[in-house]
Design a protein around this ligand. Structure first.
Ligand SMILES: Cc1cc2nc3c(=O)[nH]c(=O)nc-3n(C[C@H](O)[C@H](O)[C@H](O)COP(=O)(O)OP(=O)(O)OC[C@H]3O[C@@H](n4cnc5c(N)ncnc54)[C@H](O)[C@@H]3O)c2cc1C
Length: 283
């Protein structure tokens, strides 16, 4: 199908983008278009105005702030995947990016677009939640930050207001003796995961686990933090023992791809594999 009619503007500054977004209650931001354009084509969305961020200055960058990495919203997923600083300082993000669709999609899709879209099976929302990141947004009332725990509010729904623009994603940089892993089960390579586990662990001087971060995707209406698994790992449990707790608090739906029970089973399987690999890498 063809999209419904819409107006289109391509501002060059954040201020002009905010003004354009506020000019029509049916306006929507366009980033890489890899989720929004299919929604338009299927007529699942019909915004009156698209505010294209492609020409806005200052949204395409990776900034190393020591213990934090700040990634501009319009940074293309493929560019971030190939950035050596991110490979070194945030390997979980780079490994997750490699599992987003296909290279063609990642060449257009943006970091900010994926996080703002908040697909419950999306890898980048899972990374932001697992690492306890935050997003920077700007709107008519100015700038603010939203912590990952408050950001994802439901199916394709975030705490970003309709008249706000996500300008950057901020993630903690990984330190020494950190291991990471992304394990997904999907029907075909490049498909959204039926269930995925995104995991980072930190090992202390004594060899015990001093940091454990695990988010599960595809098992709810938003990415889910596996807090029981994390607590078990910090308490000295093995990956198998800890992963057995992964279904706690989850109630995934059944659909044509997988039943709820199968997704709960995958939550345990992907968590165990991810924790095991992350520990092996944390040397
Ligand atoms: C065939 C196919 C397979 C895919 N597979 C995967 C996959 O396996 N995993 C995965 O995670 N994703 C997948 N995607 C989606 C892809 O990652 C998209 O790039 C991403 O979801 C949206 O990013 P975008 O830049 O294209 O945003 P757009 O499509 O332009 O926008 C998406 C939504 O976010 C809003 N938005 C975008 N940017 C901002 C901003 N800066 N501030 C406020 N709101 C904003 C838009 O208004 C819109 O509602 C797939 C897409 C396709 C077409």
């Amino acid at each position: 199908m063809k999209p419904p009619d819409f107006d289109y503007v391509a501002p060059t500054s954040i201020a002009d983008a905010i003004t354009a977004l506020g000019s029509d209650s049916e306006a929507k931001v366009l980033a890489g278009g890899q989720s929004l354009i299919p929604l338009l084509a299927f007529r699942l969305a019909s915004p009156a105005l698209l505010v294209d961020l492609a020409r806005v200055d200052g949204l395409d960058h990776v900034t190393d702030e020591g213990d934090r990495l700040v990634i501009g919203a319009m940074t293309r997923q493929r560019g971030a995947e190939r950035d050596p600083r991110l490979a070194d300082r945030c390997p979980l993000l780079v490994e997750a990016l490699r599992q987003v669709g296909h290279p063609q999609i990642r060449s257009r899709g943006t970091i900010g677009g994926s996080v703002a879209h908040a697909d419950p099976a999306g890898e980048l929302p899972g990374v932001v939640l697992a690492l306890g990141g935050r997003v920077h947004v700007t709107g008519p009332a100015g700038e603010r930050t939203i912590e990952a725990e408050e950001l994802f509010q439901g199916f394709l729904s975030t705490a970003i207001a309709d008249d706000e623009i996500l300008t950057a994603v901020e993630l903690p940089a990984s330190g020494p003796r950190t291991g990471w892993s992304v394990v997904e089960i999907s029907r075909r390579p490049g498909d959204y995961a039926l269930c995925g586990a995104l995991c980072q662990v930190e090992i202390g001087d004594s060899g015990s686990v001093v940091g454990a971060h695990l988010a599960l995707i595809g098992v709810g209406d938003r990415p889910m933090r596996a807090t029981a698994v994390e607590a078990a790992m910090l308490g000295g449990a093995s990956p198998t023992e800890a992963a057995a707790l992964a279904p706690e608090g989850l109630s995934p739906g059944s659909d044509v791809h997988a039943s709820s029970d199968y997704r709960l089973h995958l939550a345990t399987v992907t968590s165990r594999r991810a924790l095991t690999q992350a520990l092996e890498r944390a040397v």
